[in-house]
Design a protein around this ligand. Sequence first.
Ligand code: ADP
Length: 628
Amino acid sequence: MAMQEFKAESKRLLELMIGSIYTHKEIFLRELISNASDAIDKMYFKSLTDDSIKLSRDDFEINIAVDKDARTVTITDNGIGMTKEELENNLGTIAKSGSLAFKNENEQPEDISVIGQFGVGFYSAFMVAKKVTVTSKAFGSQTAYRWTSEGVEGYEIETAERDEVGTTIVLYIKEDTDEERYSEYLDSYRISSLIKRYSDYIHYPIKMPVEKSRKKEDSDEYETYTEIETLNTMLPLWRKNKSEIKEEEYKEFYKNKFYDYEDPIATIHTKTEGTATYDALMFIPTRAPYDYYTKEFQKGLQLYSNGVLIMDKCSDLLPDYLAFVRGLVDSQDLSLNISREMLQHDRQLTIIAKNIEKKILSELKSICNNKREKYETFWSSFGRQIKFGAYDSFGMNKEKLQDLLLFTSSYEEKLVTLDEYISRMKPDQNDIYYVTGENITRCKNLPQTEFVLEKGFEILYLTEDVDEFCIKILDKYKEKGFKSIQDGDFNIDTEDEKKATEKLTEENKPLLEEMQLALGDKVNSIRISNRLKNHAVCITTDGNISLEMEKVLNQMPQDNSVKAKRVLEINPNHKIFALLQKLNDSDKDKLKELTDVLYTQALIVEGVAIENPSEYSAKVCDLLSMLG
Ligand code: ADP
């Protein structure tokens, strides 16, 4: 029998498991039990339609046996079993994870949290065992096989004896070391408490022979005897009373069931009776899974009918903007054999989905109001999703989501809700002011920003591509509109200031016309502006499309002809303005050149890619040479 090598990634993972300094080695047990339970689920489903299977619901069980002398822990199930190929494929490779995203080949993660992400259950056995055998007979197969491995070197598969369909896993527990007492897993009391702690809800009995003692009949002596005990209550966590469940249990359940290594941000457990009767247990994860913002990600909640799983990801239960929610719904109103197509039209399911959505949204709202730090963590993972949700379908869901939105504000540079912004608005301010830019620093340093802040207004800094689209679709929030301070018609001048600007414009008409001539159709118009302080010029836009939107829209494959209507605004109090006036009288060619340079500079400041940087550079040099 030849030794076979593990696939490279499996080997790497095994090495991590074996050398793991992870402190929660005990989780190996729940991982193996949950595999056993999955295998029994599959067999049970088969038995519903296959008369050749003589097992009934009550016959399914998981058995644990501990042998102190042999230093073994044995886990047996009468589930679906594995064929030779399955032993090879399932235990020799980590097929589903595809690639393990280790940051660095030589780096050993501090704990196995990286691994936890991929839900690599079986290998955790090697945290406590120096050798593992898996003997299995698959349903429909005549032969049983035994898979044996002592770790990274590889594994062997040989034929074996096994009468019944199912799987037996034997762990040969490691010797104790100075740091680690592996022998604790040979203590049946310890094993039974681990099962109660981690696997209580498993809905097949987990049985183990337990040593007990009793008084002998007609004598004062005691004798020991063994009794097979069922260790788990089999009551699914979500069926229990909320008051009986500890926070810790929810967290363990979540991490175990949904393969997360971090606690959820929130747990929502509801029991509803009435038009629809159901239990729902839902979790809001702390971080987005690595594939969350890709097409591969599938949303959905597990769907149970009276405690029996009927669908793993029921997508109809969650709107897209809540795709991050993990959890399950258990309803007695749903039939066990309902098909996917039927489910879509199921009235009960629609009602449940509506209720659930309300629940989740109000939970998020409450976290936002009462636990801001938590909410901000949530926001950094899923804020983008919420903003897309508000924008999606022409803003159909914006009312539901607008109170959940956060944007960075000039006010202490913190994330704020729209409501908080409004509460600080000036009495005669009708619009919520915002500015767009690549990041906060850019937003802050824009020429337009300075003036608005100085006048004492608060500004939202929109730094994500979806932000402005989201704001535009909201249109209004609590009667207040939104106004970009980069808009051409943004104006917070007093009447006197407006008059003064108009007068200046009138006086400098020839100059403005000459400059417009120089820039041609690059700009829609050139204006004298009161909104600049230290900067000579800035770009604003007229109409609906901002520079930021132009950028985003042009990145999309279909359409790259969107153009914002650009306006060049000039600061009449800047010394450059005097120079422009002078050149208009003396040297029209130089005026042209300077105008072009100023325009390009303004674009750079706005973070817009310029078309011809070398031409710009040449012009600047040319102008600089005048200094000499
Ligand atoms: P996961 O359970 O996350 O898929 P594991 O590494 O724990 O990953 O197991 C890999 C696969 O091996 C399982 O998906 C299952 O197909 C198979 N397997 C593991 N344990 C058993 C078992 N007791 N009976 C049948 N199949 C099993």
